[in-house]
Design a protein around this ligand. Structure first.
Ligand SMILES: [Mg+2]
Length: 228
């Protein structure tokens, strides 16, 4: 059985987020007069900050969306109501969803490995994550979908990985987990007893001495797992 992370692993989240933020900015240049790269950096930092609070259970999924937009406006010197924040976020969401796409190595890899049994384990909201898989045309590959929103634990918590193995009725040691984040995905899944594989799409250099099973692309995943 192979379990995958979604964002940054199967789904090109960085590109979609950028398209969403640019679409949002486009009609609001007078409010946000920062240089575009600064705006994009800020958007991404606020997303990270409030999404973590959501994953920790401090905010609901819709509260973290609202909080992101409110802080953004505050930084530009504006106070907005909850309703205005929700409305503005909707604008981002439309551009974000229009840009949803998978990385080019995803479909060939899933097609080749489907016979091993495939699932996803993701930190996010069940509805949004399954909607992404459907819209980009890969939902049918997965027999198991485990989201933190639904089970109540977020990666790197071992329990979310163990829950997925238990639903698949497999021992963790017989399951792989492939994800793009070293701590959240690789360290979390390995601690739960799965065979973690780090997908290093950006070619990040590590100073660590410990060898970590690493791939730069999903193209090489079939040869790695099928020869074992
Ligand atoms: Mg990821």
């Amino acid at each position: 059985m192979l379990f995958f992370d979604i964002d940054g692993t199967l789904f090109d989240h960085p590109s979609a987020e950028k398209a969403g933020a640019l679409g949002f900015l486009d009609t609001r240049r007078e409010i946000f007069s920062f240089p575009t790269p600064d705006f994009l950096g800020l958007w991404s930092d606020l997303m990270e900050k409030y999404y973590q609070l959501y994953l920790q259970g401090a905010l609901t999924f819709s509260e973290q969306r609202r909080a992101r937009v409110r802080e953004l406006y505050n930084l530009a010197g504006y106070k907005i109501t909850d309703q205005e924040a929700d409305h503005a976020f909707q604008d981002y969401l439309e551009h974000y969803e229009r840009a949803w796409t998978v990385y080019p190595d995803v479909v060939p890899c899933l097609t080749q490995l489907e016979h091993m049994g495939l699932g996803v384990i993701t930190n996010g909201d069940y509805q949004q994550q399954t909607a992404k898989l459907k819209q980009v045309g890969i939902r049918q590959f997965f027999s198991i979908i485990v989201t933190s929103g639904e089970v109540g634990f977020a990666k790197p918590d071992r329990r979310i990985f163990l829950e997925a193995c238990s639903r698949a009725n497999r021992e963790p040691a017989r399951c792989y987990y492939i994800g793009d984040l070293l701590e959240t995905d690789y360290a979390g899944s390995t601690a739960a007893g799965l065979r973690g594989i780090w997908l290093n799409r950006n070619g990040r250099q590590l100073s660590s001495e410990t060898p970590i099973p690493t791939l730069k692309s999903l193209q090489l995943l079939p040869s790695l797992v099928e020869q074992r």
